[in-house]
Design a binder for this molecule. Structure first.
Ligand code: FES
Length: 576
């Protein structure tokens, strides 16, 4: 079989002074310059940073990946990217997803890289890397950091974030003392690795596997499990083979693969953030994923996974029960099984021998957690371009509800007044927070507005909440998110007034402001945008180019003109 010419040969396989200088870089690293030509250069993208405990395990995994690359005849070269730690990046990590995707794309564009191993972990790292992989379209394979160990508090298993939100409400309402809460703090994050519920990081790792970009069975392996290290060696070897076979992301992330990913998202009760990310990744390939597709697939998919925040268990249990292959086998009748994956095999081949080992964790399709509709897309005069509700983590009695609006101008206003005894709020109120969307403030995870203490003390643990922001995948409640267009660009959320009646009908997929169309028009005519902060640097670039939530919040200029557009032009390699 003829050997495929390598991209890196433009740098190394040349008999001139430029080739000598290029090979001298590898010589400095200890590679014999006489033996580098013809060996694929595998870029290992490693965002590990002490600013992000979720991804600290990647440092060790990178070393093992390198061993795998070398075994298969490649040359592994590691490079860093900005760490996207979901905990510390403020006010929002979402804008930096796009920045990191550009960072990776430009690193690849300008360097002699033939294939990519993408080491991921925290919420935004996985989609950022997949967006970059789509734009570069060089052979690429992803490996996540894995979920952190299960925590225990007073003998009970606790998730890294879902249980924090729950006990925080107990603390605020006086059910938990300061000492007890401090004790809980020490048990919440008891190892490195990603949040161990079906939060955004877990969802995106599982969806990467469902898309075919991560090897089968790998996404759920706990961070500290030796099988993750073995996977790292396999990933390194496999990336070299993919370069030799020229197996590219565009052959893997097809429209059918995205349908599979949306199907899996619905079956696992995954994070609402995944909607934004899948739209953004697909957008880089010229594939349009409308919100209606999410609604349609969710409405015909049983939710079968019993994991927090929609259910009871944690990622460790999911892995033990069989992981994604077991879920995919269970819903195989709903999947496109002929989609190609990084293993070189189809999804159907990957899962043909999968088995479920715990029916409490992965339910049979015949008796699911929820017959369908884990994610609901809402439209109506309050969300003309759509909004998202995670029905699987909401309260049944609020899914069809009308109530008076209690409006907060922005996040600071909400925080200042939410627990005020003067807040005019009851169990039927609908909390509305505006100016928290992508252009307004980078769309932070502020959407799970705290239930006012006044209500918690009456044992009311959920109310309908609406905003143009996101929420953590680990959160729960009847929380309507991603309202588009956002209020900062004049979406109808901007003109809701205290006392207006808002009607949510999850069954009909509707979210409406029960105010006459004329009154809405009049209010919008009187509306003026909130004062714009003077921005410079990346925040300015982001504000000027970010797309709305229903379009994935990517930057408009990062999308190709069409699916056929040449996405990646190699550089002219000459003197530096
Ligand atoms: Fe990183 Fe949850 S904050 S995975």
């Amino acid at each position: 079989m003829n050997r495929v010419p390598l991209r890196s040969e433009q740098w190394f396989d040349r008999n001139d002074e430029v080739g000598i200088r290029h090979r001298s870089v590898l010589a400095t690293l200890g590679f014999d310059p006489a033996c580098v030509c013809g060996r694929p250069i595998i870029g290992i993208c490693n965002p590990a940073s002490e600013f992000n405990n979720c991804e600290m395990g990647l440092t060790e995994l990178a070393q093992i990946v390198k061993r795998g690359v070398t075994e298969a005849g490649g040359i592994p070269l590691e490079f860093p990217t900005m760490a996207l730690g979901g905990e510390l990046l403020k006010p929002s990590d979402l804008p930096y997803r796009n920045l990191v995707s550009m960072d990776i794309e430009e690193t690849v564009r300008a360097n002699p890289i033939d294939g990519l191993v993408l080491l991921s972990g925290c919420d935004k790292t996985t989609p950022a890397q997949l967006m970059a992989a789509a734009s570069c379209d060089l052979p690429a394979i992803q490996l996540s950091a894995g979920p952190k160990s299960t925590g225990y508090w007073r003998g009970q298993e606790i998730g890294a974030a879902t249980d924090l939100w729950k006990y925080w409400d107990d603390f605020r309402s006086g059910k938990l003392a300061q000492g007890e809460f401090s004790e809980l703090e020490q048990c919440i994050s008891c190892s490195y690795g990603t949040c161990n519920e079906m939060g955004t990081a877990s969802t995106m790792a599982v969806l990467s596997e469902a898309l075919g970009m991560m090897p089968p069975g790998v996404s759920t392996i706990p961070a500290n499990d030796s099988r993750r290290r073995i996977a790292a060696e396999i990933v390194g070897r496999r990336c070299v083979e993919m370069v030799k076979a020229q197996l590219r992301p565009s052959q893997i992330m097809t429209p059918e693969a995205f349908r599979n990913a949306i199907r899996v998202l619905s079956a696992i009760g995954g994070s609402t953030n995944a909607v934004i990310h899948l739209v953004a990744i697909a957008g880089r390939l010229g594939i349009a994923l409308g919100l209606n597709l999410f609604h349609e697939i969710s409405a015909s998919t049983p939710m079968i996974l019993n994991l927090k925040p929609s259910g009871r268990y944690l990622m460790e249990h999911f892995h033990r029960a069989g992981g994604l292959p077991a879920v995919a086998r269970e819903i195989s009748g709903l999947l496109h099984l002929d989609c190609l994956t990084v293993s070189g095999k189809t999804l159907g081949q990957n899962i043909s021998a999968a088995r479920c080992y715990d029916r409490e964790v992965i339910k049979p399709v015949g008796s699911p957690m929820l017959p369908s509709g884990a994610l609901v897309v809402l439209h109506g005069n309050l969300a003309p371009s759509g909004a998202i509700l995670k029905a699987s983590a909401a309260s049944d009695h609020l899914l069809n509800h009308s109530g008076p609006a209690v409006v907060f101008e922005n996040y600071l206003d909400m925080m200042a007044r939410i627990d005020s005894p003067d807040l005019d709020v009851t169990a039927s109120s609908v909390l509305v927070m505006r100016n928290t969307g992508p252009r307004g403030v980078g769309m932070p995870e502020w959407g799970a507005i705290p239930v006012p203490v006044k209500l918690l003390r009456q044992n009311i643990r959920d109310v309908v909440r609406i905003s143009d922001s996101r929420m953590s995948g680990t959160s729960y409640g009847t929380v309507i998110l991603h309202v588009a267009p956002e209020s900062a660009v004049g979406g109808p959320l901007a003109i809701v007034q205290n006392g207006d009646t808002i009607k949510l009908s999850a069954a009909e997929g509707r979210l409406d402001l029960l105010v006459s169309e004329q009154e809405i028009k009049d209010r919008l005519a009187r509306w003026s945008p909130p004062p714009s902060e003077h921005l410079r640097g990346y925040p300015r670039l982001y504000r000027d180019h970010v797309l709305q939530a229903d379009q994935g919040c990517d930057l408009d200029f990062l999308r190709p003109d069409s699916a056929d557009a040449v996405r990646f032009v190699p550089p002219i390699v000459g003197r530096g």
